[in-house]
Design a protein around this ligand. Sequence first.
Ligand code: UD1
Ligand code: UDP
Length: 381
Amino acid sequence: MTIIGARPQIIKAAALNRAIRTKFSDKLMEVIVHTGQHYDHNMSDVFFEEMEIPQPNHQLGIGSETHGKQTGKMLKEIERVLELEKPDALVIYGDTNSTLAGALAAAKMHVPVIHIEAGLRSFNKRMPEEVNRITADHASTLLFSPTKSGLRNLEKEGFLSLSEAQKIGNADIDNPYVFHCGDLMYDNTLFFSNKADEYESFFSKHGIDKKNFILSTIHRPQNSDDIQVLSGILSALNEISLEDSIEIVLPLHPRTANMIALSNDDGIQKISRNPLFKVIEPIGFLEMILLEKHAKLVMTDSGGVQKEAFFMQKSCVILRPETEWIEIVESGCAVLVGANPTNIREGYEFFKQNKSLDFPAMFGDGTAAEFICESIIEHLN
Ligand code: UD1
Ligand code: UDP
């Protein structure tokens, strides 16, 4: 049984579901449960349509709430579905409230938990995701880390790799162990890259100059919930756009859109007077891949988007003070600037002047989903 709820989880689930359907259907059967954490068409349905994910077997319809209420309602409903479906294992992705609820519900019912995207750490517990991912990892049985740094984090927290577990005779299902598996988002990027080209009319539809734009996304609570912080980020992007006559394309997450709609802050008003600043609704994954392919640069606080920028060999200004994807920063292909407008501008200038970057392969070979399926079959049988 797979738990999804938020946009990036639906996208990741597409890769595993595709592998199960096309290569492992004789050995694995998947029941998909959508918590309803994301529910707007462009935050959920669009991915099922574009990425050919089967409709969820269970839609829990939880919707938006405070953390406690949302996670509590999910916990209760996931427990009910676990009782009904009696799965052999539960798959959870990433670090959202849907991840946490799935991990807790299953672990308490002694259903093995398979955590995909395990081991990532920002070391900032003010992020709701950090609390979710640490708790989910420690409730899990099979932990799949996309990166080597994720693997090291888990080892520091006492988890064993499979080979170590085998050495001490502990490699059975009652003892958790960790795998380094590559990145499902990389699988998806490779798989959909050519198909994304069929969406070229997106540029003319939105009046975007495909040779001259920066792609940006903003949705972290620390950037979007404080109007002054958000205004500072948008003002910095606006100045970059005006000074260099470059378009900013900002597909806006509803959390941030709600803040902007409520505000009459001057920094925010200014972007609506700049014809080069294109604020658009959230978009589908294929349109997103298309934008990432053509963007001159990416400026984002999204975990997924900073990685996809790297996959597309684009430099990235990360609008956060830290990242779980430290390999990207260490490679020199991204810089951490937080929300400070001066730092944002310096980050942009840095990449404007540094044109030759090296993007080493470090997210697998596009077959993470197959590796995960094979490992599940081998270790849960
Ligand atoms: C959630 C995840 C975050 C992930 C992000 C991906 C948690 C704690 N956070 O953050 O890790 O990076 O998803 O996008 O789980 N809203 C709508 N329509 C929707 C969904 C949300 O209008 O379809 C609005 C609601 O006002 C809601 C707000 O967005 O209160 C925030 O949604 P929520 O799911 O709580 O958190 P995200 O910021 O999306
Ligand atoms: N994404 C999308 N449409 C958008 C914005 C993002 O399809 O308008 C995709 C993006 O390509 C990536 C994923 O959503 O695959 C990242 O999700 P998000 O930024 O919401 O969350 P995070 O990765 O930060 O948890």
